[in-house]
Design a protein. Structure first.
Length: 321
């Protein structure tokens, strides 16, 4: 059954190239909105500081609450500044010339790779039916140029970006495409998914990878069938994967200008709220997509701005004012 809350909070994801491109555009817009909203909050606090401090002092509200909001808005402005800069770079490089010329400019601006491989581990071993047990590569490139290579090493995926930083979403997209291709041919017996992200939790990822490699080595030593769940790609599947990955290359060039904020997340549902806080439900996610996390931050900032604006426009009556 579809869990809409989990799909929104955990990972909006990208099912096809068009969806991936729209996701990058939404992320750029969210960074801009977060930066502008944070500056607007600081401006409101500074502009009507006297009124807000007076209201706080005359209504038994801790004055440090205003300082908290000032630090809160300032922190989010600093956090979103690289995203705003990246969005402006994308807009500037997308003006003028042909589409191919724009893509070439973006590749040149991204420069050389700055980070190690982006690594994720799947819940099953992925191999070629014609070469069982062997590693293989899927090149991520289009007519403009190469963006990187996805190395498939059993259950481990490693994306080696050739420009700027790699993105976890590339590997998530890769796994979705494998699931779609294998599932469409009726050969997929496993719900393929990523279970560990090295950039988020390297110890857990390495521990899981060691278990998978032990099972693979043991199956070779015993000359038996696979001892770990295995998905095989038949003839034509690698070509389909290469084509699907090439379609997201323009979006990858835009995404390269934006910061990667991939982290674990824990969301709670308090059944008995504070100050009692006797019972609450919680669920942790291995990875929360930046669209969700930055989107939630934008929602909170906009809510705080609305409350400040209402308070300034319609100040409540308090003794002494």
């Amino acid at each position: 059954m579809l869990d809409p809350i989990r799909s929104i909070i955990k990972e909006p994801g990208a099912e096809d190239a068009g969806h991936y491109a729209r996701r990058v555009v939404r992320l750029a817009i969210l960074y801009c909105a977060l930066f502008v909203g944070s500056l607007a909050g600081i401006a409101l606090l500074v502009w009507r500081a006297q009124l807000l401090v007076t209201l706080a002092q005359r209504s038994n509200v801790e004055t440090l609450t205003l300082a908290f909001f000032l630090v809160f808005f300032g922190y989010l402005a600093i956090l979103s500044a690289p995203g705003l800069s990246g969005a402006l770079h994308i807009a500037r490089l997308s003006l003028g010339g042909t589409w191919a010329a724009q893509q070439q400019r973006k590749m040149a601006a991204l420069g050389r790779p700055r980070d190690a491989e982006t690594i994720a581990d799947m819940n099953a071993v992925l191999e070629l039916a014609a070469r069982p047990g062997e590693d293989f590569d899927i090149v991520v490139a289009d007519a403009v140029g190469r963006m990187g290579v996805v190395h498939v090493r059993g259950a481990r995926l490693a994306y080696a970006a050739e420009h700027r930083d790699g993105s976890n979403e590339v590997l998530a997209y890769f796994v979705r495409q494998v699931a779609r291709i294998v599932g469409s041919t009726g050969t997929g017996l496993i719900d393929l998914d990523v279970v560990a992200w090295q950039k988020i939790d390297d110890e857990d990822a390495n521990r899981y990878h060691g278990m998978v490699e032990f099972a693979r080595n043991l199956s070779r030593a015993l000359a038996t069938g696979p001892l770990w769940p295995t998905v095989s790609l038949t003839d034509g599947h690698p070509e389909q994967l290469t084509r699907h990955m090439s379609e997201i290359c323009p979006a990858l060039r835009n995404e390269g200008f934006l910061p990667n904020w991939d982290y674990q997340a824990e969301h709670k549902l308090p059944l008995i709220p504070e100050p009692l806080g006797l019972l609450s439900l919680s669920r942790s996610e291995q990875r929360i997509d930046p669209v969700s996390s930055i989107g939630c931050a934008v929602f909170i900032v906009l809510g705080a701005l609305v409350m400040l604006a209402i308070l300034i426009a319609f100040p409540p009556w308090v003794p002494g004012t």
